[in-house]
Design a protein around this ligand. Structure first.
Ligand SMILES: [Zn+2]
Length: 360
């Protein structure tokens, strides 16, 4: 008779020698999986893995909707989805597949990708002092993740070639680059000058953004949010946690619209808009797939002067651009012109025109 695996033993195995070791999960990833599985244990009291059914996952989905954070706020739909997905992958690893159809999984709305607009960034920098400006311009000028920025040391920056080398620093800081992909990113002359001025103010070979104890400053985002409030760029609609209290962003530096990840997306978007190809952009961001990079790029604001110019330029070209044949013997209708184009296209492809076209 096969040995039955308990849910408890499977979870322990998964988070230690199993999947976690195989994928070399970072601390944060491990914590996310551990939390999701702990919540699953709260909702499902069964002993053995082979007892788990679709009903347990449905019950888990219900429990997730009631989970609150340490400050009493309901967890976001996206987080609910992630916990659910993580538990499903855990069960899949042990051969418990397709317990509930994907149509029954929790759903969340995909947010439109936003990047900060240049005027707001200009204003933000105007209200920042030299140190605060360093943090803002740094993240805007390299597109680093928060952890990457906090672990950069002066010797990682080559100011003469204007590039920054990013790699894991496991031994000293217990930190590693996501997907363990080290990379070198080029920086603008402006950022190089800015960093050089900072180094003159803070000489030495340590971290560029270290705290007084020489450890990575984990609160760089707080610095940015302080400037946001001072510059009046807070949205005024959201709440955040400040000194363990729930406070509005209109009076405290907690506006959720301002995060380092959006500075990263802004950097990526501006790079592509200024002509950098997406493959280079992907490598600079340290992504393993182009699909992830595409999810980072914000579409341009319809009202921006550049987008307006593009809309104007694209419009007339369609009806009276140089490719439009001159009407012969009377006016040719646009529809006829399009039909002809389609016929030519299909003939060129050595394919049969579609019935609707051939009937014309
Ligand atoms: Zn806000």
């Amino acid at each position: 008779m096969p040995i039955r695996v308990t849910l408890e033993a499977a979870i322990h195995d998964y988070l230690t020698v199993g999947k976690a070791a195989e994928k070399d999960w970072r601390k944060h990833t491990l914590q996310c999986y551990a939390l999701g599985l702990r919540l699953f244990r709260e909702s499902c009291k069964k002993t053995f893995l082979d007892e788990i059914s679709g009903g347990d996952l449905r019950q888990f989905r219900v429990l997730l909707r009631t989970v609150k954070t340490s400050v009493g706020k309901k967890i976001e739909p996206r987080t609910i989805y992630n916990h659910f997905l993580n538990v499903v992958s855990f069960l899949n690893t042990f051969g418990r597949n397709e317990l509930v159809p994907q149509s029954e999984w929790p759903v969340y709305e995909t947010k439109t990708i936003v990047s900060y607009d240049p005027e707001k960034l200009q204003r933000l920098l105007k209200f920042a002092d030299a140190d605060e400006g360093d943090v803002i311009e740094f993240f805007l000028g390299v597109g680093f993740r928060n952890g990457e920025g906090t672990h950069i040391e002066w010797h990682d920056i080559d100011l003469s070639n204007k590039e920054i080398h990013i790699y894991s620093k496991q031994e000293r800081f217990g930190w590693q680059v996501k997907d363990t992909e080290q990379r070198i990113v080029g920086i603008s002359a402006r950022l190089a000058d800015r960093l050089s001025a900072r180094h003159r103010r803070y000489p030495g070979e340590g971290l560029v953004f270290g705290n007084t104890k020489g450890n990575p400053d984990k609160h760089l985002l707080r610095i940015i949010k302080r400037v946001v409030l001072r510059a009046g760029l807070n949205c005024g609609q959201c709440m955040g946690t400040y000194q363990r209290k729930r406070v509005p962003c209109s009076t405290h530096p907690v506006c959720r619209k301002w995060i380092i990840h959006t500075l990263r997306k802004t950097w990526a978007t501006f790079q592509v808009r200024s002509g950098v190809d997406i493959v280079t952009n992907k490598d600079d961001l340290g992504h393993s797939s182009l699909a992830t990079t595409q999810n980072y790029l914000a579409s341009e604001d319809r009202r921006s002067p550049r987008r307006r110019q593009q809309i104007n330029a694209a419009g007339p070209k369609f009806v009276c651009g140089h490719e439009m044949p001159r009407p012969q013997r009377g006016m040719m209708l646009l529809r006829d012109w399009l039909v002809n184009r389609e016929v030519e296209y299909y003939s060129a492809q050595d394919d049969k025109p579609r019935s609707s076209v051939s009937a014309v």
